[in-house]
Design a protein around this ligand. Sequence first.
Ligand code: FAD
Length: 464
Amino acid sequence: MMDVIVIGCGAAGLAAMRKLHDAGLKVLGLEAADRIGGRVCSVEFGDKFIDIGAAWCHGDQDNEVFELANPLGLLGRSEPLNTFYLLSDGELVAADKAEQILTALDDEVAKADKYNSRTISECVRQAEHTNEILKKDPKLSRSFVEFYERDNHLGGQDDPKKGKSLRGVIEWWNSYKDVMLNWKGKGFKTILEILMNKYPDPTKEIPLQIHLNKEVDNIRWDTIHRGLDNPLVQVSCKDGSLYAAKSVIVTLSVGVLKERYANLFNPPLPVEKVKSIQNLEMCILDKIYIEFEKPWWPKSPANFPLLWRDEDKAKFSAGEKWVTEIFGLLSVDYHPNVLLAWIYGNGAVLMEKVSEEEVKAGVQKLIDTVLKKQFDVAPIKKIIRTQWAQNPLTRGTYAHRTALLEENGGSALILSEPLYRSNRFPVVCFAGEATSHHKHSAVHGAIESGFREAERLIESFQKL
Ligand SMILES: Cc1cc2nc3c(=O)[nH]c(=O)nc-3n(C[C@H](O)[C@H](O)[C@H](O)COP(=O)(O)OP(=O)(O)OC[C@H]3O[C@@H](n4cnc5c(N)ncnc54)[C@H](O)[C@@H]3O)c2cc1C
């Protein structure tokens, strides 16, 4: 029997496994996919890597990713962006005007009361009618508010109650300073290699025991193994295999938990935990990498926030509606010919449903209608798009607090509470980015949560 089974081998799972392994516990990872990493997924692109999921280490203070990678010299500093604010008719908005509007929106959020159940969207939409700077040019401000909602992943497009809450602003801690540290072309997968001790000497890699293609479909956590005082958890997988351990750590995303919690746990989860799962929301953010035959933008790193107006959206058919939800383009470090298009929310969901050919055609139309007025755009070579909402092992990008949660209860803290046996032994622990109290959404939050639960178990095992 294992001491601990870790369910899901993304950043949180691997972090937990590494710490448990170092403490001498017998640990096994069960991963449903045919690879480790989860939302960390670097794919080869030319002689380097691009990141389908997480790409940047967000900050260099109180950040587990930074603390692990920086001493090994694996992170690259970001350079100031050359930003071109582009209206959807192809005209540029003067940078000082654009920044004045964006600062006004940030200021409105900063000064808003956070101890209620209002969303950030509500706050910025209201500011359109009250803020003196925004009132000066209502049409332009509308485009900026829409951009702001997408760029900050505010959600709530279908149901405003599911939008990111103002309270979330204080619950989430920014790691500050350089929030766009890159991996020098080697991809975010480097963090997985660090966790497995492959750096600086690959021969020192720790042989973590991981079974791939093991989709866990049931966790039975009320059994007592005869002859042992220790509680025993039984884990069954879709392929019929069974595993047993004294404790498990569940690292599944909130998106996956929403779909599966009712059948996954036996006995069922306590009501407070269910509330957290129901009331936290997954944002949907997708990427479209566009490789051009040559770079055509004036200077890298380049950033093109896209500011849509209704009359320009009308140039796109119903089937192309998703294109008008692309809210920005960004050059990609170490890939001089590549731009990354960002797409959010309902637009991302629509984009995921069309074929790659249609995505390429849609991106081409975006370039023809918006970018060609100002820039001599080179032909597209290829595109790579992500489908994080459709992915049954993630069901979205990352978790955020909602108005619904502020009204009805739930939190990362509650989600992170273990399920105990009567002797106070934690039999089911919860890790994963959404359980990080102040760093949810990011890889450093995922790693922090994995370390947290490993430490909890190490302490509990010592007391046995
Ligand atoms: C597009 C995108 C961009 C991002 N950008 C950044 C960024 O720049 N910087 C940053 O810090 N963060 C970023 N993030 C967020 C970051 O990737 C996540 O917060 C982090 O990787 C989550 O790690 P995790 O271990 O909590 O979850 P996951 O990585 O989701 O790990 C959970 C694992 O569980 C597995 N699993 C699911 N169901 C089962 C099952 N039934 N049985 C067994 N295994 C199962 C999954 O396959 C997965 O491997 C981004 C995410 C996305 C999607």
